[in-house]
Design a protein around this ligand. Structure first.
Ligand SMILES: *Cc1c(COP(=O)(O)O)cnc(C)c1O
Length: 222
């Protein structure tokens, strides 16, 4: 477990670039519940999973007041299982999914907090909206009664040199600020979720305030 080391590295970057400390989400996919409990004992409260089934099993097994984050692609037919169990859905990537989250949130009498996933690098294999689609998506969000968009999320390409991703993190930040200025109903830009084990330092330098870190904390996945 390298929680302390990672938090130290984050502190260093924040000092170097004069940035506020980001929210650190421990990405616990594939790791056992005891790893989550250990990270929790170090003061970590936010955990991210990318599969609904695995998330539900862990929620069932772990009796701690954890903030759970759904960070992976979410199928519309599975929204109903997690809607009242997660703090934030990071991976809204279609209007259809937005509509289902809104409908299920309404059923439960809650407002669901979500991020829009943006495919900034335009990799075909990646989920997320292209920035060209955003005006339509935002206009649609303003019509929803039970969804609050809290910010944006991206998954940058896997690269050898994390600095190659700086341009994508910077672009995401520009989009974030631009949306912030528009002051739209149901949309507040508070969370910019970008940066993983390989590139969290560059992401923070370029404006991320929420990093999602798995292997750097827990070790490599099988
Ligand atoms: C797995 C995953 C992460 C964490 O990846 P690491 O490289 O292990 O830090 C972050 N975000 C998402 C969406 C993931 O699926």
């Amino acid at each position: 477990m390298r929680v302390t080391e990672v938090l130290e590295q984050i502190d260093e970057v924040c000092q170097q670039y004069d940035k506020p400390k980001p929210l650190v989400i421990c990405v616990s996919k594939t790791y056992p519940c005891c790893a989550i409990e250990e990270a929790y004992s170090y003061g970590m409260n936010d955990f991210g999973e990318n599969k609904v089934q695995e998330l539900l099993e862990k929620i069932e097994q772990i009796d701690l007041p954890i903030n759970w984050h759904l960070i992976g692609h979410l199928q519309t037919n599975k929204v109903k299982y997690i809607i009242d169990k997660v703090k934030l859905i990071h991976s809204i990537d279609s209007i259809k999914l937005l509509n289902e989250v809104n409908a299920q949130a309404k059923k439960h009498g809650i407002i669901s907090n979500v991020l829009l996933q943006i495919n900034v690098s335009k990799e075909e294999s990646k989920y997320g909206f292209y920035e060209e689609e955003l005006d339509n998506v935002l206009a649609h969000v303003t019509t929803l009664t039970n969804v609050q968009v809290k910010g944006l999320m991206t998954i940058a390409p896997f690269v050898e040199n994390p600095h190659d991703n700086a341009k994508y993190f910077s672009r995401l930040y520009e989009i974030y600020v631009d949306i912030q200025k528009q002051n739209l109903d149901n949309i507040s830009m508070e969370i910019l979720s970008s940066g993983m084990s390989n590139d969290f330092k560059v992401a923070i330098e370029k404006g991320s305030n929420c990093v999602r870190i798995g292997t750097a904390i827990f070790g490599s996945r099988q």
